[in-house]
Design a protein around this ligand. Structure first.
Ligand code: FE2
Ligand code: FE2
Length: 189
């Protein structure tokens, strides 16, 4: 790893692991929030964070897993399937009334699927990536992931101008999850 100031460079695994803690923290915050408008904002933030994270993994990290891990093919298929499952749940959360019972049910499902997914990545795939991929490549992947994530705003609602920008990402009638995914992957609708 290269270093100019004596501090070891972070790699892509560090960044993705921090994302996991951030998303878990958001879920706790949502569950502890009573005010529906605040809940809605936090839920939209969760949707944005999780979609950005998943897309960045799929674009840059899962291909490296496929190439370098002994069981890469199956691991990527399994993880991608779980991303799809999470996105289906995020779409439900996006539509759910923040005051209704369904909202908390969906949030609980997201928590469970995410827990399993994150455990697999952090206990199996990430250590294997560190073992099989050169350190410089993992640092380079960090930059790619961070650049990719910057393409989509994370806080859709707290300020009006932000919200406006957010809703202009794609045409009306398209949900947040799909707007974000399209924006991040460069797919135009
Ligand atoms: Fe993932
Ligand atoms: Fe992840």
């Amino acid at each position: 790893m290269s270093s100019t100031d004596g501090v070891t460079d972070q790699d892509v695994i560090d960044v993705l692991t921090m994302d996991h803690r951030e998303v878990e923290g958001l879920i706790e915050q949502i569950a502890a929030t009573v005010d529906p408008a605040q809940r809605r904002d936090l839920a939209d933030q969760l949707v944005a964070e999780l979609v950005r994270h998943s897309v960045a993994e799929e674009m840059y990290v899962y291909p490296a897993m496929r190439d370098h891990l002994p069981n890469g093919e199956q691991a990527v298929d399994h993880d991608t399937q779980e991303h799809k499952e999470l996105e289906t749940l995020l779409k439900q959360l996006e539509r759910a009334d923040a005051e209704g019972a369904e909202f908390m049910e969906v949030l609980e499902k997201i928590r469970q699927v995410l827990f399993d997914h994150v455990r697999d990545e952090e206990s199996e795939q990430f250590p294997q990536l560190r073992a099989h991929v050169p350190a410089e490549k993992l640092v380079a992947l960090k930059d790619k992931v961070e650049t990719a994530k910057k393409l989509a705003p994370t806080r859709p609602h707290p300020a009006a101008p932000n919200a406006e920008l957010f809703h202009k990402l794609a045409g009306p009638g398209v949900g947040l999850v799909d707007r974000l995914r399209d924006k991040l992957t460069g797919r135009s609708t």
